[in-house]
Design a protein around this ligand. Structure first.
Ligand code: ADP
Ligand code: MG
Length: 606
C-alpha cells in the first residue's frame, strides 16, 4: 500500500490557513487591512470571547459587487495584484488573496457588502468548503461587514494552543492599536464583549493619534513629530521627550507602509538618534513610520508581513538618526537655559518607576518627587548617602521626613561654614551656598535651590565647547607604538583613520605595527589607557565624534571630590545653568532643583 496520499482540498486548506491565521489577532489584522485597503474612513472592530466567539470588522469603504463577493473567499482571489510583477507597485496592505480564504477555512464567515447603499449582498461560507457558499440579497449601506464566528471550532488542536480569553482579547487590542497608530486619518472604534473600549476620531497627525492611543492628556505636550523625505522613501517619527522616558522599550513602534514590523535596527536608530537626551537606562517612547516605494522593499518575506527587506536599510537608518539629532539640537537651542522644575520632573519618573505616584497635589506626592529626584541625581550613589535599600522602602512619612532633611542638613552644615566667610553673590542673582557630599554645588536663586553635580556639569560645558570649536592638536615628541589584538581593531583603525585624525588623533601604520603620533592638547592619560580609549571607539559606530568628545570631556572635567574655589564653583554653576542641555553627554541630568516651598513643607512649616 502506498504511504503517500494527496490531502483532500479541505484538509490542505485548513493546514495552509494556519500560516495566515494562527490566532484571533491575526484575523483581526487581516480584516482591518482589508477595510483600510477598501478606503474605509470609519472602521469598527468588535470582539467577543477573545475572538474565538466572534470577530467583526465593519467599514464604510468601497464595498463589493455580487460577483466579487462570490469570489473573495476563494484561495488566491485578490483584486489587488495580477502578477508577481505588480508587487513592485502594490500600495495595498494585502496582495496574496489568502486572508478571507483562510478565514473561511477556520471559521464561519458572513460577509455583507454594498457598492452604493442601494444593492447589497450577503455571503455565508465555511467552515471549510463542505457547506458551500450561500449568497442572498440583504440591506446595507455602502461598505463591508465581515463577521467570523466559531474560530478554530473545527480545529481542536489549534484551539487548545490559544491563551486565555482575556489575553487573546488583549492581543487583538494590540493589533488594533498597531493599525490605528499608522492611519490617523481613519476613525476607529473597538468594542470588547459588548463594551466600547476605544473610540478614536480622525486625528490631524500621527502624533495626535499616538497620544490619544497611548498617553494621557498631560503627557501629549511632550510628544514631537518629525519628517524627513528622501528620494525613494520618507520617514515620519513620533518621539516623546525625556519627560516621557521609560525604563523599557515597550512603547516603541516601527512601521513600513502602514504595517507594523519587527525591525530591530530601526528601533536602534530611535535610540541612537536620541542619545544624550535621555538618562542612561531610560528609553524614548515613539514610532517610526517608513513610507517607501514598494519597488525598494520586499514585503513578501514573512507570512504575516511582519518583516520587510529594504533595498537600502542603512540609508533609512541614517535618515532616522540624523533627523532626530537635528531636531534635538534645534530644540535645545530653542529652549536654551530651560531647567527642569519639580513638577516637570514628576513626569519624568512618575510613569513607571514610581507607580504609587498620582498627579494629586498632596504632601505625599511632593515627597515622592523629592525621592525620585534624589534617586535620579545620585545615579550610582555610594552606599553611605543613598542606599538602594532605603530608596526601595515604602514611602512612609517617617522615611520621607528622615530622608528629606538629610540632604538639607548637609547643605545647612556647609552653609554654616560659608557664613564665616561671606557667600559669594554673583551679578546674575546666584548665591553659592556651598558644597554637599563632595560633589553637589548648592546654588540659591530667588526661591530656588539647585544641586549641581560638579563633574557632570563640567563635562557638559566642555563637551559643548568641543562641539563648537575643534580641540587643538599636539604632536607627540615620542610616538606611542601599540599592537592591536584583533582583525576587527585593524579594520576599525584603517577605515576610520581620517575621522580620528579630524578629532585630533593621528595614527600611522608602520612596518606592521601602529603608532599614535598626535593627540588632543593637554591629553593626560597613560599610554595604555590612551590606546584602550581609542580602540573602545569601535563600538561608537557612526557616533564616533560624539563619543570621542564625550570621553575627552569626561577626562578633562573636575571630578567628584575635587575642591573648587568659590569663584570657580560659582562660575561653573552659572555656566551650567546657562547650558542648552541640562544633561551630561551620557544622558544623566546634571542638576536638580528644590525650592523653598518644598523644603518648608518637609518640616511642616506651612
Ligand atoms: P487580499 O487582501 O490579499 O487581496 P483577501 O483574502 O484579504 O486578499 O481579500 C480578497 C479580496 O476581497 C480583496 O482583494 C478585495 O477585493 C476583497 N475584499 C476583502 N475585504 C474587503 C472589504 N472590507 N471591502 C472591500 N473589498 C474587500
Ligand atoms: Mg487582505
Amino acid at each position: 500500500m502506498a504511504h503517500i496520499q494527496v490531502l483532500p482540498p479541505d484538509e490542505a486548506r485548513k493546514i495552509a490557513a494556519g500560516e495566515v491565521i494562527d490566532r484571533p489577532a491575526a484575523l483581526v489584522r487581516e480584516l482591518i487591512d482589508n477595510a483600510i485597503d477598501a478606503g474605509g474612513s470609519r472602521i469598527e472592530l468588535s470582539i467577543d470571547g477573545g475572538g474565538s466567539r466572534r470577530i467583526e470588522v465593519i467599514d464604510d469603504g468601497a464595498g463589493m459587487e455580487k460577483e466579487d463577493l462570490e469570489l473573495c473567499w476563494r484561495t488566491h482571489a485578490t483584486s489587488k495584484i495580477r502578477s508577481m510583477d505588480d508587487l513592485k507597485s502594490a500600495e495595498t496592505l494585502g496582495f496574496r488573496g489568502e486572508a478571507l480564504a483562510a478565514a473561511a477555512a477556520v471559521s464561519h464567515l458572513e460577509i455583507l457588502s454594498s457598492l452604493d447603499s442601494r444593492e447589497a449582498w450577503r455571503l455565508e461560507v465555511g467552515p471549510g468548503e463542505a457547506l458551500g457558499a450561500r449568497i442572498e440579497r440583504c440591506q446595507r449601506k455602502q461598505g463591508t461587514s465581515v463577521r467570523a464566528t466559531g474560530l478554530f471550532d473545527t480545529i481542536p488542536a489549534r484551539k487548545r494552543f490559544l491563551k486565555r480569553e482575556w489575553s487573546e482579547a488583549n492581543l487583538c487590542r494590540l493589533t488594533f492599536i498597531d493599525k490605528a497608530l499608522a492611519f490617523p486619518a481613519i476613525s476607529f472604534r473597538l468594542t470588547l464583549d459588548g463594551k466600547l473600549k476605544s473610540a478614536l476620531p480622525v486625528a490631524s497627525s500621527l502624533k495626535e493619534r499616538f497620544a490619544s492611543l497611548l498617553l494621557d492628556s498631560q503627557q501629549a505636550a511632550y510628544l514631537h513629530e518629525i519628517h524627513n523625505a528622501m528620494t525613494h522613501f520618507s520617514v515620519s517619527i513620533v518621539v516623546g521627550g525625556p519627560e516621557l522616558a521609560r525604563p523599557n522599550r515597550c512603547q516603541q513602534y516601527v512601521f513600513a507602509n502602514g504595517r507594523r514590523i519587527q525591525d530591530f535596527s530601526l528601533m536602534q536608530a530611535l535610540e541612537y538618534g536620541t542619545q544624550g537626551w535621555f538618562p542612561n537606562g531610560y528609553h524614548p517612547v515613539g514610532a517610526i513610520f517608513v513610507d517607501i516605494d514598494p519597488a525598494m522593499a520586499d514585503f513578501n518575506i514573512h507570512p504575516a508581513k511582519r518583516e520587510v527587506r529594504f533595498a537600502d536599510a542603512s540609508t533609512i537608518h541614517h535618515a532616522v538618526t540624523s533627523c532626530l539629532r537635528d531636531f534635538i539640537r534645534h530644540r535645545n537651542q530653542q529652549y536654551a537655559g530651560q531647567i527642569y522644575t519639580v513638577p516637570e520632573l514628576e513626569h519624568l519618573f512618575a510613569a513607571e518607576s514610581v507607580p504609587q505616584f498620582q498627579n494629586k497635589p498632596n504632601q505625599e506626592n511632593q515627597y515622592t518627587v523629592v525621592q525620585t529626584l534624589a534617586q535620579d541625581a545620585l545615579h550610582d550613589p555610594p552606599p553611605e548617602y543613598a542606599p538602594q535599600a532605603l530608596l526601595a522602602r515604602p514611602l512612609t512619612p517617617e522615611f520621607t521626613s528622615s530622608f528629606v532633611p538629610q540632604t538639607v542638613q548637609a547643605a545647612q552644615t556647609e552653609f554654616t561654614v560659608q557664613t564665616s566667610s561671606p557667600a559669594f553673590h554673583s551679578g546674575h542673582g546666584l548665591r553659592y551656598v556651598g558644597k554637599a557630599f563632595n560633589i553637589f554645588l548648592i546654588i540659591e536663586k530667588d526661591n530656588r535651590l539647585f544641586f549641581i553635580d560638579q563633574h557632570a556639569a563640567h563635562e557638559r560645558i566642555l563637551y559643548e565647547q568641543f562641539l563648537a570649536r575643534p580641540v587643538p592638536i599636539q604632536e607627540l615628541l615620542v610616538a606611542i607604538p601599540f599592537q592591536t589584538e584583533s582583525e576587527e581593531d585593524d579594520l576599525f583603525l584603517t577605515t576610520r583613520r581620517d575621522a580620528l585624525e579630524r578629532l585630533g588623533v593621528v595614527i600611522k601604520m608602520d612596518c606592521g605595527s601602529w603608532r599614535i603620533e598626535a593627540l588632543p592638547a593637554h591629553w593626560n592619560l597613560s599610554d595604555s589607557e590612551t590606546v584602550r580609549t581609542i580602540l573602545d571607539l569601535k563600538r561608537a559606530g557612526a557616533d564616533l565624534a560624539e563619543h570621542w568628545l564625550a570621553t575627552l570631556a569626561c577626562h578633562r572635567a573636575v571630578k567628584e571630590g575635587d575642591d573648587l574655589d568659590e569663584r570657580v564653583a560659582l562660575a561653573l554653576a552659572e555656566a551650567a545653568l546657562a547650558l542648552p542641555v541640562l544633561r551630561c553627554p551620557h544622558g544623566r541630568p546634571i542638576l536638580f532643583e528644590m525650592n523653598r516651598d518644598l523644603l518648608l513643607r518637609a518640616v511642616k512649616r506651612v
